[in-house]
Design a protein around this ligand. Sequence first.
Ligand code: AP5
Length: 182
Amino acid sequence: MGAIVVTGVPGVGKTTVMNAAAEAKKLKIVVFGTVMFEIASKAHKVKSRDEMRKLPPETQKQVQRQAAREIAYLGDVIVDTHCTVRTPKGYLPGLPAWVLESLKPSVIVLVEAEPTEIFGRRARDATRERDTENVQDIARHQELNRAAAMAYATLTGATVKVVFNHDNRVQEAIQQILPVVQ
Ligand code: AP5
């Protein structure tokens, strides 16, 4: 079948939506950032997942490649990851060729919300060291993610599904994602 890849800008709520859907369907979720953090904390001494974005792009890509290989061994899973990662040196593709080759995605889900909603969620989340992005930055990042998702789909034949996760309407988002994970 290939992996179901779920993406979205930080704080859009992809973990919230996906956990509920996976629970309903008894599917295993792998968080790409967690696998990367396990590798990067040992090899590059990063202290938090938010620090990984500050590593040199070549280092991030090395860690990314290793994470993709490890995830590929797990078989058909839902992978929580990013279409693009905003780094100080520009946007890094989250699913470059070597990641696509390992994961072989059948569907790429883009979880989206209004940029103002995402801005508010990030502001309320004290557990993370989020980059400071204004509403326009968030809107631009979502646009780039759409373009990147279609490029990944063109390379793999995966379908692209856009799921909207508006404030206090998580159940509607879950209903949109369920047909993908059936
Ligand atoms: P990752 O762990 O994926 O970090 P993230 O994107 O910041 O993910 P979060 O879990 O913080 O956000 P979320 O969108 O899942 O939102 P959540 O459900 O928590 O990645 C960490 C790092 O790994 C990345 O920064 C990158 O460096 C690296 N990485 C990952 N993949 C990579 C790749 N492929 N290549 C290279 N690097 C990679 O929700 C947020 C908040 O909103 C919560 O408080 C929640 O309660 C609230 N909320 C959610 N939905 C709603 C709603 N409908 N209404 C009201 N509140 C809501």
